[in-house]
Every structure is written in structure tokens, then in C-alpha cells.
Design a protein around this ligand. Structure first.
Ligand code: GDP
Length: 307
């Protein structure tokens, strides 16, 4: 049994490899929901959708979000009506958000709704939103406070970040099944996701860090930072906003209290002694995933390192 902590794209690419190596039923994914957004009154869960579409084999790997081959007739029509269209919702993707929102309005919890959506898409792994409650990443920038999707998508992570808060995280409980999945896992993997705004909110939920620390599993994380830079997104800027340097070392530092092993890219192999000195096993390998073979190769290197 493998339990993974996941953000969006980096995580999804890795997990796509994992389910080629194990029975998909043996994988549970705990996904960040702190960058969920309300768009046109619809509940959009970008990270959950990326993981769900990828595991269903529907993801648009070129763009990194949305459904492959999707069309944008709806968005064009919204544009004609004068709405903002910076958040790109394709026609098929729209059906996901409408379904989710409809079920939530009928009183179902996000975790139940996610299970229903996954079932319809034929996803056999368990995809769990980190919580059923509302936690919202807010970014304080030189252009003021903004929610994460405005900072990330609309403003293209250009504003200078001063600080980051996860509103509502105090008192928010992990979704049903989350703590159990951590307790029962043989391996817990922290996917190559943004450590600050994707994995950060999951770890900030009450009980999660302790549950990981106390779990009998072997615990491993894959660095999303290679050669001091993220492969996409603002992880470097956000690490610096927290006063840390943008490097795999900082990521190891954030997770070291609960990890057994840390996976870095072979281009960062000079960091091996420093990470070992933190008391972690280090696996240095090619962590860059451009296609399915890369994902499988990385998943093999990570899971195969378990003693
Ligand atoms: P987002 O929510 O869609 O931004 O996705 P994530 O939280 O998964 O974060 C994206 C992170 O994944 C970035 O920091 C990237 O550097 C990292 N990432 C994306 N692709 C890869 C890859 O092929 N290899 C590794 N090691 N990291 C990746």
C-alpha cells in the first residue's frame, strides 16, 4: 500500500508512473485543496482534477492542466458576455466542475464527490482531498493580498510575495480516510510538488505531520527543485518568500523531521553529503519526467529504494 501527498502536475506525472508498477487500487493520493477556487460560481479543485485526469489517462500532458483534446466553446461564449476568462476551463472540464458543484450543493462532502467523479472516470486509486473543509491559500504581495489562483494564473506569479497564509487551516480536519491511509501505508511518498503551497497546506492540517511521523511506513520525498529552480511554477519564489534558498536542500529541510529518504536529481548530486548529514538516505537519479517512460523510471527508482 502506497499513500502519496500530492499537488498538481509534478505529482500527477510521478503517480502516472507509480500506477504502472503497482495495482492502482493499492495507491491512495491525498491531494491539496488549498488552491481550490470559485470560478463562475463553480467549485474548481485544480490539483484534485489534475491528479484525477492523469490517473484516468485523460490529462493534457502538453498544457499540464485540463482534459486532452478539450474544446473551449463555453469559454468563448463567456468572453462574449464580458466575463474574465483567465482561468481556462475547457468544455469537458466544465462538466467536472458543474458535477462537483451540483453534488456539493446537494450537501455531499468534497471527499464523497471526488469519489463519485473518480468512479465515473474509471480511476481505481483512491483520491482523497486533504480536507472537506475550506482552506484557502492567500498570498500577500507587493500588489496586495490575493488568492492563489489570481496570483498563479491571472498574474502569472509575477507579483513579489511577502508571505503566505492558509486561511481556515486551524481546526480544519483531514478528510475521512486520510489519517487511516497514512497509518496503513507501507510507503508514504511526498510527490515532486510545490513544497510551500501544495504540500505545505496538507502538512499544516491538524494531525497530519504527527500521523506521518508516527506511521510505520518508509517515508520518501522527491525534490521538485532541480539545480536551484523548479521545473515549472513559483516554488523558488515562494521558498525565498519564506526566507529559504531555492534548492533541493531547502525542500529536504522542510520534510526532514518525518522522512527516511530524499530523492534528488542527479544534476544536484553535489548535495548528497549535505542531505546525508541531515540523517536522510539520499537517492540521486534523473527526476525529470517528460513522458510515461520517465515517470515509470522515476517511480521505480523511488519505490525500489525501499529497504
Ligand atoms: P501545480 O499545483 O500544478 O503547480 O503542481 P505541483 O504542486 O505538483 O508543483 C509543481 C512542482 O512540480 C514544481 O515545483 C515543479 O518543479 C515540479 N515538477 C514538475 N515536473 C517535474 C518533473 O518532471 N520532475 C520533478 N522532479 N519535479 C517536477
Amino acid at each position: 500500500l502506497i499513500t502519496a501527498l500530492a499537488g498538481g502536475v509534478g505529482a500527477a506525472k510521478f503517480l502516472y508512473g507509480v500506477v504502472r508498477l503497482i495495482q492502482p487500487e493499492d495507491l491512495t493520493v491525498i491531494v491539496n485543496t488549498a488552491d481550490d477556487a470559485e470560478i463562475y460560481g463553480l467549485h474548481v479543485s485544480p490539483d484534485v482534477d489534475t491528479v484525477m485526469y492523469t490517473l484516468a489517462g485523460l490529462a493534457d500532458e502538453e498544457k499540464g492542466w485540463g482534459v486532452r483534446g478539450d474544446t473551449f466553446n463555453f469559454l468563448e461564449a463567456m468572453d462574449r458576455y464580458g466575463h474574465d476568462t483567465w482561468f481556462r476551463i475547457g468544455d469537458r472540464d466544465l462538466a467536472t466542475h458543474v458535477s462537483r458543484t451540483t453534488l456539493l450543493r446537494r450537501g455531499r462532502r468534497l471527499s464523497e464527490v471526488t469519489r463519485t467523479l473518480c468512479k465515473s472516470l474509471g480511476v481505481k486509486s483512491k483520491v482523497l482531498p486533504m480536507t472537506d473543509e475550506r482552506v484557502e491559500t492567500k498570498v500577500s504581495t507587493d500588489e496586495g493580498m490575493m488568492d492563489f489562483q489570481h496570483y498563479f494564473v491571472e498574474r502569472g506569479f509575477k507579483p513579489r510575495v511577502r508571505s503566505i497564509v492558509f486561511e481556515g487551516v486551524e481546526g480544519a480536519r483531514p478528510a475521512p480516510g486520510v489519517l487511516e491511509a497514512l497509518k496503513e501505508a507501507q510507503t508514504i511518498v511526498i510527490c515532486p510538488s510545490n513544497p510551500v503551497v501544495s504540500i505545505g497546506p496538507i502538512l499544516a492540517l491538524e494531525g497530519i505531520r504527527d500521523a506521518i511521523r508516527g506511521a510505520p511506513a518508509w517515508k520518501v520525498a522527491v525534490s521538485p527543485i532541480v539545480k536551484g529552480a523548479p521545473l515549472r511554477g513559483p516554488a523558488d519564489k515562494l521558498l525565498r518568500a519564506l526566507g529559504m534558498e531555492a534548492s533541493a536542500l531547502s525542500v529536504a529541510e522542510i520534510y526532514r523531521d518525518f522522512l527516511n529518504a530524499f530523492v534528488i536529481d542527479e544534476q544536484d548530486s553535489e548535495l548528497v553529503p549535505k542531505i546525508r548529514a541531515m540523517g536522510l538516505e539520499v537517492i540521486s537519479t534523473n527526476t525529470i519526467m517528460k513522458n510515461l517512460e520517465d515517470s515509470v523510471r522515476l517511480a521505480k527508482a523511488v519505490l525500489g529504494a525501499k529497504p
